[in-house]
Design a binder for this molecule. Structure first.
Ligand code: PA5
Length: 397
């Protein structure tokens, strides 16, 4: 279950808050008339079963799954996997992510590693035109062609892409690869409950519980709107940077997912809040100085996990100490004129993570409308893609 505490701040008067809050009907109307909110629909259960079944099959035939994708086709599953994995003695099925950089060191070491083991690949790209993904896929496919005959490749290549368009969909139709669809009415950063993320997660996570939690997230719609309102008011008062603070290292990639979600949703037409993140207490010993006494352009959102492993330090529970530290830091930063919001989840498990994902996605979409931008496009990302294409010439992918 999620808990919220948005009002530890000096910056917003109740009149200012009310003024932004009063846009609720207008925001909801825009949200409901958007054709990009397919992520609020229920997920086809037969597809969920197919993903689980396929993951079981791949586990029998492969020593690892290579997942190729970037941005909205990468961050969600990676973040959830990290949140639910053990730090040590992790007995989960090995998932290797690739295609998030063009590092020749990473790629050559990966190809070298894969040479001697049996593996399967899941390439994920809605457009089928993303350079990093497609180049990585070509390199992996070349290795597969050296190792496996056509029938075996068909078994080992799984494609997740647009339901009807793009090079990858064409390839599926020609080669008979196994495939899953990313619906037309769901964009990359809102695709967490599509096969783009559910399939890689199915290998190690109870995705049915995750989906249940996600549906339950709807009960926090009012809080999602309130969070969007508070953020907009803070931005109006000159707080242009939001710092997500987590107290568990395994949540770091969740903050990376949040950065994409809010950064791409709001950051257009000269609008939006710039999202950053810190892992505490580690980063208090670096950026903590700026937050406490630097330029007053930052507000913070603390994400707290209420219950964790039991471990005593000098007779006191270590996780309780971590919680006391969180509240002390909030108090200290608040005394330095930093608004300190908090979102808590009881346990780090599939259900509460599902709730949290939906809560933030709703809030980001509402926030886009409050900033008067289109929440579901990302024309700015296309600019660099176009520039690269011009500078590299036509690559054969
Ligand atoms: O949010 C987005 O739309 C982007 O970050 C995309 O997910 C990213 O560029 C990858 O795109 P694709 O899935 O088409 O390869």
């Amino acid at each position: 279950m999620l808990k919220f505490d948005f009002f530890r701040m000096n910056d917003i008067s109740s009149t200012d808050y009310q003024k932004v809050y009063d846009q609720k009907n207008e925001v909801y109307e825009k949200f409901h008339s958007s054709d990009m909110v397919g992520w609020t629909n229920h997920i086809d259960i037969s597809e969920v079963e197919r993903m689980i079944h396929l993951s079981e099959q791949v586990k029998k035939e492969s020593q690892c799954l290579v997942v190729i994708g970037i941005g909205g086709s990468f961050l969600g599953s990676y973040a959830v996997l990290k949140m639910l994995s053990n730090y040590f003695n992790d007995d989960s099925f090995p998932i290797i992510y690739a295609g998030t950089t063009l590092s020749s060191k990473y790629m050559s070491e990966l190809l070298d590693y894969l040479k001697d083991i049996d593996f399967s690949v899941n390439v994920i790209s809605k457009s089928g035109t993303t350079m990093e993904t497609m180049m990585t896929y070509q390199m992996i496919k070349q290795l597969m062609a050296e190792k496996y005959d056509e029938k075996e490749q068909q078994k080992r290549i799984i494609v997740t892409t647009d339901q009807d368009q793009g090079i990858l969909r064409q390839e599926v139709n020609q080669m008979g690869y196994q495939s899953f669809e990313i619906p037309n009415n769901i964009g990359g950063r809102y695709s967490i409950m599509t096969p783009a993320h559910l399939l890689p997660l199915a290998f190690n996570v109870d995705i049915k519980k995750l989906i249940d939690g996600y549906y339950q997230g709807e009960q926090f719609r009012e809080e999602a709107f309130q969070y969007a309102v508070v953020r907009k008011c803070l931005a109006n008062s000159g707080k242009w940077i939001e710092n997500y603070c987590v107290y568990e290292e395994s949540l770091y990639y969740f903050t990376e997912w949040l950065k994409q979600l809010f950064g791409e949703t709001e950051g257009k037409n000269g609008q939006g809040i710039f999202p950053v993140s810190m892992v505490h207490t580690r980063d208090l010993h670096s950026l903590g100085q700026f937050i406490q006494q630097g330029r007053k352009i930052v507000f913070e959102t603390f994400i707290e996990v209420e219950h964790s492993n039991k471990l005593l330090y000098n007779g006191q529970d270590l996780h309780t100490i971590n919680g006391i530290v969180l509240e002390s830091v909030r108090k200290a930063h608040f005394s330095g004129d930093v608004a300190c919001l908090k979102i808590g989840l009881d346990y780090l498990n599939e259900v509460s993570i599902g709730q949290l994902l939906y809560f933030f996605m709703l809030s980001a979409a509402f926030s886009g409308y409050l900033f008067q931008v289109e929440p579901f496009d990302q024309p700015g990302v296309e600019v660099y893609k176009k520039e690269i294409k011009e500078n590299l010439g036509v690559l054969s992918y």
